[in-house]
Design a protein around this ligand. Structure first.
Ligand code: FAD
Length: 410
């Protein structure tokens, strides 16, 4: 088995690197510094002129949605090429992802009209989804959701509350899971709606996370400074906003979540953090004569972490390869979702030990190392094992779908 990239894929990587070297002008960096919210920049949320122009240049090269079919605005390309472009841009804090599980779910389960309407607009950045799945009574038991959508002629009327609706403040639509039949077993009777955020009756309330105070620096690999509570009060939506069949939303939602776990993001969060540590170790001047690069314990540790990061990479490649070949993809994304965030926590713990007390100094502190990057990553790393499905729940999915164990009724 050969894990090497093809010459064309290597050429694409070089092309993206050359592009970055030229297009990331001092003006772009200045805007990134000023607009920084600690997470990668996404085109829908960027309104400043140089960043907007940068995203347009990226789009003009056909680099967004490479693996999506041409008839829906993509390039009909392969996932590895898309991954390569995403990887290179993510390293410089630019996200060109289509924003979560909405796009893969529409492609898999949407009507022709929905595919033609949504996918090109998600690729162009005119649309962006927030995901409205989790509710206050518990996200792990997603199938127990209580938000109701009641049919009223050609419309549905939605009432309920969601929590952790990240990006709701800048999204154009919410990809919303609601109960359409409360008499069916809990995994049934659920439907998904593609709801415009400006529909009357939607209220967004910010939910600030530990990463908001102080705001991290732009090089932080995490950056959920804000998520949201969202309230749906008699929100009336047309039946054309229903994705897939009524009461069959559980399968659509799970499939979308699983497919969204395939790709660059998870591996890159890990690898970026490892690279940041290695770069610091190589160039550290903070401790006078003591050089971390010559400390055997540190050398051993970073070699171990790098090896772990390669496992993340291989898991990602395997998942992409399965999806690319149209194979059965069930638990592999869950396995990645266990390994990558836990590797992340181990990485942040390791750098904290290497830095001692300095590892706790945040952005703004006079003696903070690399503007507090590593301390911010410690705080951020904990949510990565919770969002997008907690690692405990992911382990259970690996046990059931990967290893054939019975459903845990305990
Ligand atoms: C920063 C952040 C951003 C997020 N963004 C979004 C978003 O955009 N959209 C969205 O819909 N959701 C989002 N989430 C929600 C996320 O998916 C949930 O937090 C997650 O599913 C866990 O749900 P919970 O927090 O309600 O924990 P709970 O369901 O209350 O669970 C608490 C703990 O118990 C464990 N647990 C629960 N049940 C079991 C079980 N059966 N077996 C083993 N362990 C179990 C869980 O793993 C967890 O550790 C986000 C969360 C965070 C932290």
């Amino acid at each position: 088995m050969d894990f090497a990239y093809t010459p064309q894929q290597e050429a694409l990587r070089k092309e993206v690197r050359d592009f970055i070297a030229k297009a990331f002008t001092p003006e772009v960096y200045a805007e990134m510094q000023a607009e920084n919210e600690g997470r990668p920049f996404h085109r829908t949320a960027c309104q400043t002129p140089h960043l907007k122009a940068l995203f347009q240049k990226i789009a003009d090269r056909g680099w967004v949605g490479i693996s999506y079919p041409r008839e829906y605005g993509g390039q009909g390309g392969d996932r590895i090429s898309q991954y390569i472009v995403e990887e290179e841009l993510y390293r410089v804090n630019i996200s060109i992802s289509l924003g979560g599980s909405g796009a893969p779910a529409i492609l898999a389960a949407g009507s022709e009209e929905q595919k033609r309407h949504f996918i090109p607009k998600l690729i162009s950045g005119d649309y962006m989804f927030a995901q409205g799945f989790t509710e206050p009574r518990g996200g792990a038991d997603l199938a127990g959701l209580q938000c109701r959508a009641v049919k009223d002629g050609d419309y549905y009327v939605i009432n309920g509350q969601k929590i952790y609706t990240s990006n709701a403040e800048s999204a154009t639509h919410v990809y919303l899971m609601a109960r359409t039949n409360k008499d069916l077993p809990k995994h049934e009777g659920i439907s998904i709606f593609l709801v415009p955020m400006n529909t009357p009756g939607i209220t967004i309330r910010p939910l600030w996370t530990i990463q908001n105070d102080p705001r991290p620096t732009m090089t932080t690999t995490y950056g959920h400074a804000r998520t949201n509570e969202t309230f749906y009060d008699n929100v009336r939506v047309h039946k054309s906003t229903l994705l897939g069949e009524e009461n069959k939303g559980w399968r659509v939602g799970s499939m979308g979540l699983n497919l969204d776990r395939v790709g660059a993001a998870r591996y890159l969060i890990s690898v970026r953090r490892d690279e940041d540590i290695v770069n610091w170790i190589k160039s550290s001047r903070e401790f006078g004569d003591y050089s971390p690069a010559n400390d055997q314990a540190i050398r051993d540790k970073i070699a171990e972490l790098w090896t772990e990061a390669q496992v993340c990479r291989l898991m990602t490649m395997r998942s992409m390869s399965i999806v690319e070949r149209g194979g059965k993809f069930t638990y592999e994304g869950s396995a990645e979702k266990v390994w990558a965030p836990e590797h992340g926590v181990r990485t942040t713990e390791a750098i904290t030990q290497m830095l001692g007390a300095y590892g706790q100094l945040l952005h703004g502190s006079r003696r903070a190392i690399r503007e507090g990057l590593f301390a911010h990553n410690v705080m951020g790393s904990f949510q990565s094992g919770i969002n997008h499905g907690s690692v405990q729940v992911m382990r259970d999915q690996v046990a059931r779908r990967g290893l054939g164990l019975p459903r845990n009724r305990g």
